[in-house]
Write a protein of this length. Structure first.
Length: 207
């Protein structure tokens, strides 16, 4: 009988979870006009960009989630490079959207861009059915943070929520704050995280 789970290892990772804003509305409009192939082309374009960048920036292209990815970075002291990469990623998406999607839409999508959630911590790495998988709280936290970037009615595109734990690890916080608008002491309610209490984090505007 084939073993389903083997080679368990605990590793520390910076988790970046990003998602495409208004993806359902965009895809529904493309389906209505039978232009859904353009959505496929946009996703492939993003994947090619990520594949090109993963070695130079230093991340693992872990998992595709339908309208976004989970990226895993090794722990590092300098965070500015990560935020600069995410800014470039947002620019790449904007270019792909402009040239491949917006020109065929009959309606204007009001919120277009990417949202991000970021955390750091230990993940359990397992080989499951001959495939590498990760399990752990930082994956859950990063995913929840991404999902509530616009929780209080603010425009969410090209913004990210970062756990205080992760930001505290970066020794170049002053550089990050000089380049980007960073809001401290932001509170969000994260489902099944911290017992339902308000989760304190920071919001970073990449544009």
């Amino acid at each position: 009988m084939t073993r389903e789970i083997d080679q368990v290892k605990v590793v520390k990772k910076i988790v970046v979870y990003f998602d495409i804003c208004s993806s359902t509305s965009i895809l529904e409009e493309l389906l209505r006009t039978e232009d859904q192939i353009l959505w496929r082309n946009l996703i492939i374009g993003l994947k090619r960009y990520l594949t090109r960048k993963r070695s130079s920036v230093g991340f693992e292209l872990y998992k595709f989630l339908g309208d976004g990815w989970i990226l895993l970075f090794e722990p590092r002291l300098e965070g500015l490079e990560i935020f600069e990469f995410l800014e470039e990623l947002s620019d790449e998406f904007s270019s792909l959207y402009k040239h491949r999607i917006s020109k065929v839409l009959a309606i204007q999508i009001s919120v277009v861009g990417l949202t991000f959630g970021m955390d750091i911590g230990s993940c359990i790495r397992v080989i499951m059915n001959q495939k590498q998988e990760y399990i752990g709280r930082p994956l859950n936290v990063a995913g929840r943070l991404q999902g509530v970037v616009g929780q209080h009615g603010t425009s969410p595109e090209n913004k990210g929520l970062v756990s205080k734990n992760l930001m505290a690890k970066f020794i170049d916080q002053k550089q990050i704050k000089r380049k980007y608008t960073v809001y401290s002491n932001v509170k969000r309610t994260l489902k099944n995280i911290s017992g339902g209490e308000d989760f304190q984090c920071l919001k970073v505007e990449l544009k």
